[in-house]
Design a binder for this molecule. Sequence first.
Ligand SMILES: Cc1cc2nc3c(=O)[nH]c(=O)nc-3n(C[C@H](O)[C@H](O)[C@H](O)COP(=O)(O)OP(=O)(O)OC[C@H]3O[C@@H](n4cnc5c(N)ncnc54)[C@H](O)[C@@H]3O)c2cc1C
Ligand code: FES
Length: 335
Amino acid sequence: MPCQITLQPSGHQFNAERTETLLEAALNAGVNLPYGCRNGACGACKGRIVEGEVELGAFQPTTLTEADRAEGRALLCTAHARSNLTLEIREVGKAGEIAPRTLPCRVERMERLTPDVMALWLKLPANERLQFLPGQYIDFLLKDGRRRSFSLANHPEHDALIELHIRHVPGGWFTDQVFGSMKVKDILRIHGPLGSFCLNESDKPAILLAGGTGYAPMKSILSHALHAAEGRHFILYWGARTRADLYQTEGPQQWVQQFPRFNFIPVLSEPGADDAWNGRTGFVHEAVLADFADLSGVEVYACGSPAMIDAARRDFTGRGLPSDAFYADSFSFQG
Ligand SMILES: Cc1cc2nc3c(=O)[nH]c(=O)nc-3n(C[C@H](O)[C@H](O)[C@H](O)COP(=O)(O)OP(=O)(O)OC[C@H]3O[C@@H](n4cnc5c(N)ncnc54)[C@H](O)[C@@H]3O)c2cc1C
Ligand code: FES
């Protein structure tokens, strides 16, 4: 018998089978809850069990900490209902309103942006467009049912081609193909748009924290928001190892000239002697901590490795950032 799930504060209700995760049950019922990785790594789907029993499933302990569990929190992408439940979680509005679709696409262009980052531009069939909100991602649907997620980098209205920035994971099943055998005109299958990592409507200054190819969704967000969100201040902190690992920097540099309410701070963790780097150094989230004694009045949007996201979440909330003002897409592995 399915369990009845009631959401707070909305009062929305849906049924969940014991075999499906709470997130699957909600999405199947048309209830749009926030999510990102769907495998217990990013924390986007974290909610609080107000009443009832759940089985937490396989989550990463850094994402659902002991303190979280003591407060009754659960990751809805891994948790299963074991009784009727009352859950506290914020629902998403617009991102979930775009139904994901499965589409074929053709590799139109490939460009090495750095030694280990490839930009892919994908073309959809004639008369097809992928509607998405800046910050969302797509999954490649591969053989054997494997899926690999990548964030959309293009401006949502410039959707003739889909732009992705793909970092090579040596030995990786998919990215080895991208850097090895993939060529222009290859046909792939994608599913999207997915995820709820999107800019909130707010007047608060937004700190955008990107690690490596975490720049991809930030490029999409900024190319839209700098024109649309009038008056809002944005700072992009972009971390990479060396100068050669930063790419397309002419984009943010041009926005700095064009928009006085935008600032761009590249941060290198291991600048080489040849880099002649006189910019910021160290871990990218520490550059934010060095600049902000108090983060209580901002929102943070972070995208990159799980380690960077975890460190930023921990240290920023320790600096006064409300935990519901930290939005992240963690580049976890689907393997
Ligand atoms: C929502 C979301 C959005 C993402 N967006 C992007 C993006 O825009 N650009 C981008 O470059 N990546 C992005 N990623 C990460 C990307 O999906 C993975 O790097 C990719 O799936 C690796 O696929 P693979 O088949 O080559 O490696 P796999 O065959 O899956 O992995 C091989 C081994 O490499 C390790 N590994 C896999 N991925 C990584 C990684 N990212 N970092 C370190 N070690 C790894 C694992 O230990 C694994 O055992 C995103 C991930 C998520 C969840
Ligand atoms: S969507 Fe649940 S932890 Fe990422």
